[in-house]
Design a protein around this ligand. Structure first.
Ligand code: FES
Ligand SMILES: [Fe+2]
Length: 382
């Protein structure tokens, strides 16, 4: 097979250019539903989070009726931030009035315009209707908020958003027997990876690298070593070695399998890439969920949550470390190789790479990105 017969990756510049990254931010991350956190991180009416979503500060709240609502963290008057993160408050060195008060009102620290948890302007000091002032014209800039499987998704251009369910396509069906919404965070590891988000997605989507990069993982899942991962049936689930049934160093665990899994799911492993920024790796007893937050062309934050059944977490001897330690090892191997790619493609001689046939799933990432940004870049690949 010669170079002309192999599929090509995106141009190397697309993984490094800040211009391409800006276009991806606008055309992908600000248009699609993106995963940001778990519902349990904002459980009660009046709870709120200040999120940094690719440089946009977003206020995620749970209103009085328990519904998720999200807004740009920007006052409609003259644009002050409404709420600050604890880090921002520390950096300011002065306490400003305002923010979330009483779990019911969002008060701007500047001139005290106040908004309810649905984003409606409730009061603006000294401005009255007899001056022609109409409060309904000053609703907070909305952000779409929805959830699936216990994950909170945001859409930063809600007026143009399709329903979340339409974006998720067949994923909920393929994972229907896993109790995703009922799982809880048992451990979290946050990573900063010096690699473009697409390199991390492409690495997640192929197992050609597994034999070389993940010896411990291949000891549990020998089929990752076979045929460069080309024969894996992810829909049915990936088989473990004899006697193993989950992603831990021993391949076993004291935790029970999720009730309701079919016979394959009790002993096989499944994975999904929920475009554009959530990876789900599901075992019979736990889920590793990776939320990617791209920071810049060559830098990506990854929050890795390990999800378990409350039934197991309530036990006095609950210990997630068999899964967490194993995943942390595998993750670090992945991030190191992704950073190596980011470094390598910066070479002046490397203009484009190739996909081997067993990396076919990466054609889908290439398609996904090109479809969304080709009209907005110079010289898109054909
Ligand atoms: S900028 Fe918010 S009230 Fe003036
Ligand atoms: Fe890997």
């Amino acid at each position: 097979m010669n170079a002309a017969q192999l599929e090509r990756t995106l141009p190397s510049t697309w993984y490094r250019s800040s211009e391409i990254f800006k276009t991806e931010k606008e055309r992908i991350f600000c248009r699609e539903w993106i995963a940001v956190c778990r519902e349990e991180e904002i459980p009660n009416p009046g709870d709120f989070l200040v999120l940094d979503v690719l440089g946009e500060s977003i206020l995620l709240v749970r209103n009085r009726d328990g519904q998720l609502r999200a807004f740009y963290n920007v006052c409609r008057h003259r644009g002050s931030r409404l709420c600050r993160t604890p880090e921002e408050t520390a950096a300011l060195r002065v306490a400003l009035p305002g923010g979330i008060t009483g779990g019911r009102m969002i008060v701007c620290p500047y001139h005290q315009w106040s908004y309810d948890f649905n984003g409606a302007l409730v009061a603006a000091p000294h401005l009255t209707t007899d001056t022609g002032f109409r409060k309904q014209d000053f609703h907070l800039y909305p952000v779409g908020a929805d959830s699936w499987g216990g994950f909170v998704f945001l859409n930063l251009t809600p007026a143009e958003a399709k329903p979340l369910a339409a974006q998720l396509e067949g994923i909920p069906g393929r994972l229907q027997r896993y109790p995703l919404a009922g799982l809880r965070i048992g451990a979290t590891i946050r990573y900063v990876v010096a690699a473009n988000w697409k390199i991390i997605c492409e690495n997640y989507n192929e197992c050609y690298h597994c034999a070389g990069v993940h010896p411990e993982l291949c000891a549990i899942v020998p089929s990752f070593r076979e045929a460069g991962g080309g024969n894996l049936d992810w829909n049915r689930g990936i088989p473990h070695r004899e006697g193993a049934y989950t992603f831990t160093l021993s391949g076993t665990t004291a935790r029970r399998a999720f009730p309701g899994l079919d016979a394959d799911e009790q002993v096989r492993h499944k994975g999904e890439l929920v475009y554009p920024n959530l990876f789900l790796s599901v075992a019979c007893d736990h889920v590793a969920a990776f939320i990617l937050t791209p920071r810049e062309a060559g830098m990506t934050d990854i929050t890795c949550h390990f999800l378990f059944e409350p039934h197991e977490m309530e036990k006095a001897d609950f210990d997630p470390s068999d899964a967490v330690d194993f995943w942390d090892l595998v993750n670090r191997q992945d991030w190191a190789i992704c950073e190596s790619v980011q470094n390598g493609i910066g070479s002046r001689v490397h203009t484009q790479g190739f996909y081997a046939p067993m990396e076919d799933w990466n054609l889908d990432i290439r398609r996904y990105v090109v479809e969304r940004i080709r009209a907005f870049v110079n010289d898109p690949p054909s």
